[in-house]
Design a protein around this ligand. Sequence first.
Ligand code: NAI
Length: 462
Amino acid sequence: MSSYDVIVIGSGPGGYVCAIRCAQLGLKTACVEGRETLGGTCLNVGCIPSKALLHASHQLHEAEHNFAKMGLKGKSPSVDWKQMLSYKEETIGANTSGIEFLFKKNKVDWIKGWASIPEAGKVKVGDEVHEAKNIVIASGSEVATLPGVEIDEKVVVSSTGALELGKIPNKMVVIGAGVIGLELGSVYKRLGAEVKVIEFLDAITPGMDKEVQRNFQKLLTKQGLEFQLGAAVQGVETKGSKAKVTYKLRKDDSEHVEDADIVLVATGRKPFTDGLGLDALGVAMEDRGQIKTDGHWATSVKGIYAIGDAITGPMLAHKAEDEGMAVAETIAGQKGHVNYGVIPGVIYTHPEVANVGATEEELKEAGRNYKVGKFSFMGNGRAKANFAADGFVKILADKDTDRILGAHIIGPMAGDLIHEVCVAMEFGAAAEDLARTCHAHPTYSEAVREAALACGDGPIHS
Ligand code: NAI
């Protein structure tokens, strides 16, 4: 039996970051992972592989649509799907082995296998029981299926199956216009598939600023994605290598059928806590299957903490990472802290969509006195040169104090641009602080400054 200060269960972005930070803070640490490789869903079958396919398919889109305009003539590249998949696998490998290296460097032991917690202070993996003064559960999430829809990962796939299809389908039906549906839907659209997205609500990307939702849907439609909103999927029937998706329109209850070669189920994820033995331990749970934690990520059982997708809050890798670092600091006797008001969200389509803080609708609902500063990428020289002038930056600031309350960006590199607003918000900055900060020309980030200027005397380039 080995004995540790901390055993982290799960090596996704929450778990591995937590384990490394624990070790850096002088705690004897192990991380249990049952997969063949470290990194969890994000690195193995989520964020990283999808970004590889998004990057490759975007390059194809550029070659097909913009190369000739720039005087780059010649035949557009054709798709070698097998090679694209091996590029994706190499990307995964480089990242997962990177974590193995970091574990060795920081002296974090990787205990291979699936963990359970027979009692507080003990973690069982296979036949071995390890002692741990502190246990951090970072067991992540799994796909939430729909009633009447069975995922076989061949014809009816989750994001995992969608990242390794045997071939590019002629027709893909995506259930759910959330982050996964739109990212992977755009990959296959760019690779030549017909893509239809069926969404229950009357708008795509629920919870996002409405102006961004509308603009985003328009741009995706221009790219050829088809949308059926306000439609509840009733079931999916498969016959050989084909599927039929049945859905009802909410407005009139009429039933419709859509044929597909591949159906991607992207209707959300749920916490994954199977096999940990939490019931027997008496760990309190939330109604929707999340582990209940206090403001310091402590569960109802002393010495057991939980972070990431397994607890409440947005299911985002970077939220889990922040919690991983903070809980490590808390265990080490420091004051770990996560500012949940400044967690950015990014959709890695083209253009990208990014947000932080409040939406305009949330401010209205809260009765806040706010102002809006908006700037279109049409007025940004760099964006025009790069065929990336679709979209805008929208900054919401308090009308009286000018303090930034939220930002919403749709446009080139939105996922990177959002961070200057995040930093500004962390420092409690006013829009004028951003507006008075010199921004290099020509960069996309000038659009952020112009939106900040629009909160005051007005932008220069519109
Ligand atoms: P999601 O919650 O983002 O979107 C699910 C969508 O499915 C919603 O729009 C919902 O209204 C719709 N839906 C639910 N039931 C339906 C039905 N019966 N018929 C039609 N539509 C229905 O979930 P998604 O895209 O599966 O992602 C799962 C999690 O993974 C999310 O929490 C997301 O934030 C995270 N993720 C984040 C990424 C990023 O940050 N770029 C990338 C991929 C996933």
